[in-house]
Design a protein around this ligand. Structure first.
Ligand code: C2O
Ligand code: CU
Ligand code: CU
Length: 531
């Protein structure tokens, strides 16, 4: 869809965004100034392209194992332990990493709509962390944000009922001010949800065979082979020159069926990918919050940090192709090349066997819950505006003790979000899946028309997001909304909202120092008994 339509002339983009007039908000100048300082800091020179590793694709793609679980009194119980380890991204080079139940990334959790789940989260790291269930509709006290940090040695046991459509969600740490570091070191995993629609869909569904999780990340490995996170203010954070999928550098996946479904997750801290195949289109079947109404044929899909897309790719017997990331269209940026926009590289090789088992044309019926899940613009009772500049939302930085917004349980709202500075941001809201009503007053493109929880904000454009705050009123415990470029999040581009009963006032956020509040005993029980 975007083939051939990408702007690639750096000069014209610079001219366009400075002179175009669409970014005429107060902090544009400050934003550009900050950007220029940041660029000076990282030594980027106009026209330079971040070198991205040209790997040989000779390593079998690691497939995160499905997490074991047991059912206790009707609750499906998982456990996850955050731990230190060593990973060989390159043969013979030992890189110190973090992972869940292993040295890097974590197992894939999987549950069905209607099930009650619990996760025993143990922190074996030397510092507090947390585990946030990104994209999940659940009580704020179970959300795993900065108010649910788990102290070293402690176990936290959130529990909730899965009550949302089948989707590819994920989990990752969310400790106050340290999310970028924790995710970068390797803490992340997928959380797949199933329902009646996904169970009966004509879609590849054998995990790790024709239904493949693909967590795409970029890293810098320093001369000692250790993960390097830049702290020089480079925008929008660290852009790596080593690309990995599920922690495998130069990965290939054997394909044994005519179609393969890739569950793409941008698990990077800063880089936006533009994923597709040079030699074929693909069918986009799902975005962050679940299946689209119908498959959408496209050649590329842009994924900012935190976003997911499920695509189905068709293969011929014996052929090989590569998922790649093309030059990204990041919108109206002053220096897009410095943001990784010019980088193009291969991500994952698919190798088809000489004989392929048949797979059906992608198709599915609506879920029995579809009508109840549907969001209606006619129900909107509140419109809020969110302006993102270089490091703030509505000119404020995150304050753990301040509740920024109060929503009423069951109500439908429009959040009008826009970035006033020419730098990349991706906006994420906890607890809900939203629908994009419009972008600059126009209907969203088909790839942004489904359920979403994270969206890349092209600078200067206005995104109107429709969402409903079902269930779980709690006046004291906030959910987060923030930029998912994790350096920005840590710098304070985050706010807090509570969901209250009709007529109820916001309460007081519980006070706690980092890493306290969960000692594995009282904290655990306290959380579980909250709802
Ligand atoms: Cu994926 Cu608040 O984060
Ligand atoms: Cu989230
Ligand atoms: Cu941002």
């Amino acid at each position: 869809m975007r083939r051939g339509g990408r702007a690639s002339g750096v000069g014209s983009l610079v001219g366009g965004s400075l002179a175009g007039g669409s970014l005429g908000r107060g902090s544009l100048v400050a934003g550009v100034a900050a950007l220029v300082v940041a660029l000076a800091g990282c030594g980027a020179i106009p026209g330079s392209v971040t070198p991205v590793d040209e790997a040989e694709f000779t390593n079998e793609l690691a497939i995160p194992p499905l997490a074991p679980s047991r059912v206790v009194d009707g609750t499906r119980v998982f456990s996850l332990t955050a731990q230190e380890g060593v990973t060989e991204f390159r043969p013979g080079v030992e890189t110190r990493t973090w992972g869940y139940d292993g040295s890097y990334l974590g197992p894939t959790l999987r549950a069905e709509r209607g099930e009650r789940v619990a996760v025993e989260v143990t922190n074996d790291l030397g510092e507090p962390t947390s585990v946030h269930w990104h994209g999940m509709h659940l009580p704020a006290a179970m959300d795993g944000g900065p108010h649910q940090e788990v102290a070293p040695g402690a176990t936290w046991r959130p529990t909730w009922e899965i009550d949302q459509p089948a989707a590819t969600l994920w989990y990752h740490p969310h400790p106050h001010g340290k999310t970028e570091q924790h995710v970068y070191r390797g803490l992340a995993g997928m959380f797949l949800l199933d329902d009646d629609a996904s169970r009966t869909a004509a879609l590849p569904h054998t995990y790790g065979v024709d239904d493949v999780p693909v967590i795409v990340q970029d890293k810098i490995l320093d001369s000692d082979g250790q993960l390097e996170l830049k702290d020089d203010g480079s925008e929008p954070g660290t852009l790596g020159d080593v690309v990995m999928t599920n922690g495998t550098v130069g990965a290939y996946q054997e394909v044994t069926t005519e179609r393969v479904r890739l569950r793409l997750l941008n698990g990077s801290t800063a880089r936006t990918f533009q994923l597709g195949f040079e030699d074929r289109d693909m069918d986009l079947v799902a975005t962050d919050g679940g299946l689209l109404d119908a498959p959408v044929r496209l050649d590329e899909v842009r994924l900012a940090p935190g976003e997911r897309a499920e695509v189905v790719v068709k293969m011929k017997p014996g052929e090989t192709t590569r998922l790649h990331s093309a030059e990204a269209d990041l919108g109206n940026l002053v220096v897009p090349f410095a943001m990784g926009a010019n980088d193009a590289f291969d991500v994952l090789e698919l190798r088809a066997a000489d004989e392929l088992a048949p797979s059906p044309e992608p198709a599915w019926a609506a879920s029995e819950h579809a009508a109840a899940d549907e969001l209606h613009e006619a129900d909107v009772s509140m419109t809020r505006t969110f302006e993102l500049d270089d490091s703030r939302i509505n000119r404020r930085r995150m304050d753990m003790g301040r509740i920024d917004e109060v929503a009423t349980v069951g109500s439908t709202e429009v959040w009008e979000v826009h970035s006033t500075v020419p730098m990349p941001h991706s906006f994420h809201v906890h607890d809900v899946q939203f629908r994009v009503l419009s972008i600059d007053g126009e209907a969203p493109p088909p790839e942004l028309a489904g359920r979403k929880d994270t969206i890349y904000l092209e600078p200067g454009r206005e995104y109107r997001l429709l969402m409903r705050f079902d269930d779980y009123a709690d006046p004291d415990m906030p959910y987060m909304y923030h930029c998912h470029m994790l350096m920005h999040e840590d710098a304070g581009m985050m706010g807090q909202f509570v969901v209250v009963e009709p007529g109820q006032e916001a309460g007081t956020v519980p006070e706690h120092g980092a890493g306290t509040g969960t000692d594995g005993g009282a904290g655990t029980d306290g959380h579980e008994g909250h709802h």
